[in-house]
Write a protein that binds this ligand. Sequence first.
Ligand code: ADP
Length: 173
Amino acid sequence: MRHASWERQANMRTCVYPGSFDPFTIGHHDVLERAIAMFDRVYVSVLSNAAKHPTFSVEERVDMIQRMVDAEEMKNVVVTHFDGLMVNYAHAIGADYVIRGLRATMDFEYEFQINALNLHLAPDVDTVYFMARPEHSFLSSSAVREIGSMGGNIKGLVPNSIHNIIAERLRKP
Ligand code: ADP
């Protein structure tokens, strides 16, 4: 008799990398590349949460990430957006795993709490964490927004393939 987990292995390993991505940074990019290496299919999914008052609209963020995926010919990446409960979305797209990144000190408490709640809601969806590279540990979307909106140079902080779009957009008042 075949073990249930063998059945699972025969299937595609699908994960969802949810986030605000307002905008997508090289820290996000690094986590995405590491997820691509581990999974057969990665959904990069922009959370449309109006309460967060994002700078970039959902459409802009999805479009930017898709441009990057196309420019870098990233394989097996699907760019989407969603609202509502993340675990419901994971079920809807058939993702067994969630990807999150952990930066030094700032993310752990929050992720620990969210993980407990997500496991309560959906024990079948597990979360995989990638430690931010030391050189990305300082980097956040809000820092990029702040520097860019004041005319500072954001080269090297966001993926090259979408640098111009992000820089131009942030310069707009
Ligand atoms: P959210 O609002 O869901 O936290 P973010 O866009 O801020 O959305 O982050 C999405 C995910 O990427 C989170 O797991 C976050 O910890 C991770 N992340 C953000 N910045 C970095 C970085 N510089 N290095 C690694 N992971 C990061």
